[in-house]
Write a protein that binds this ligand. Sequence first.
Ligand code: NAD
Length: 422
Amino acid sequence: MANFAVPPMETIRVGFIGVGNRGHTAVRRVSELPGIEVAAIGDVQDVQVEATRQFVREAGRPGACHAYSGSAESWKAVCDDDGVDVVYIASPAEFHAEMALYALRAGKHVLTEVPGAQTVDEAWEIVETCEKARRHCMMLENCCYGEMEMLAQEIIRKGLLGTLTYAEGGYIHNLTARQLDNHYRNRGIMKPGLVIRRYGNTYPTHPLGPICLYFSINRGDRMERIVSLSSLSAAHSEFAAATYPADAWQNQIRWETGDVDISVIRTALGRVITLQLGMCTPRPYSRINLVQGTKGCFADYPPRVALSEVPGGESEWLDDKAFAEFNEAHKHPLWKRLGEIAREKGGHGGMDYIMDLRWSYCMRNGLPLDMDVYDLASWSSVVPCSAESDRQGGIPVELPDFTRGAWRTARPADIGDISDGR
Ligand SMILES: NC(=O)c1ccc[n+]([C@@H]2O[C@H](COP(=O)([O-])OP(=O)(O)OC[C@H]3O[C@@H](n4cnc5c(N)ncnc54)[C@H](O)[C@@H]3O)[C@@H](O)[C@H]2O)c1
């Protein structure tokens, strides 16, 4: 399925599963793009489906917009709907694999929120089912389309960083209040007496996806092995004690999940990737997004670059003015052309818009998508493999080669423009 493409699709009829926070905004964004129809929407909650259907009607967006809701199985009707070409999954993470598998077996192309699978077995089943179905199956890793991530991709493609050796990524995002509020999404943990113990990196793909594109993982290199260690658990219980009454459910559950997880991955070519996860610390938001080679280093938060005259030589970060000029000179064509409109449309600063524009452009023009099922499987497998390592005190765990050796010959990754077929 590497470099897999289907004949151009003039109209793409999309069925959305899970129209909560993420799925509803996806319908708003995607339904505005050329050639898209909202064919169907499905959610276990009637209220979500109704709100989304009302939006589609009032905004006059094209498509039959069949609505399926009311039971935990209603989503299957979206996949079985003959009027749907592509199933766009934005349900909670534990359902992604089951829904993707069902949709592929129903002959639909699949776009799924992150991560695409929770276990190695699920990841293999998705790969094998996708290969048999001959359908697209892409994880919607929007951070691959961030402005700074795409700048890094451009300078790597031009060779400015030299031979790549190391990258560092993180998902540092304080969500403590969101993880402990009385919202429907937390219903699974509103259980006094519950012990919450999660191991490893449960949400790795936002920083890892872009790094895998920098390193052409599955297309010239592959992730071979991971070690992972989590810190002690403190922030959730201290936050709950400071925020909620002693008898509230928030204070009746026991947190044993580490506040921070650090994972280290080694690739077949000997590159090293470190990943951090911290979703409950006061540290300000960061994906770190650092990549370095023999001739330079790019890092974000704040964005900066340091280049050396000779490989292995000294370098300094460019000052703000020089970086601004550098950014202008090397901006990815998509951000050059569409940056203003993407920022206006929004969705994590515009990257969601760029992502949706790009897969829909590729499908309408019969091009391979930027990420394939092997990316979905290998990036997602970091969830279970880091957990296994962490659970066993940080032992090295082998990461599966979902390409079964094809990574050696597949064409390098390159997110192109939407005009010249690159
Ligand atoms: N890429 C990103 O930047 C990003 C950001 C936020 C969330 N996410 C991912 O998007 C997904 C959705 O997150 P969210 O914040 O929108 O959550 P949410 O709870 O707001 O929405 C999830 C929706 O799925 C529905 N749902 C639950 N079970 C279902 C079932 N069996 N059948 C059909 N629908 C079902 C819920 O009713 C809800 O409307 C998660 O996997 C999350 O990890 C990604």
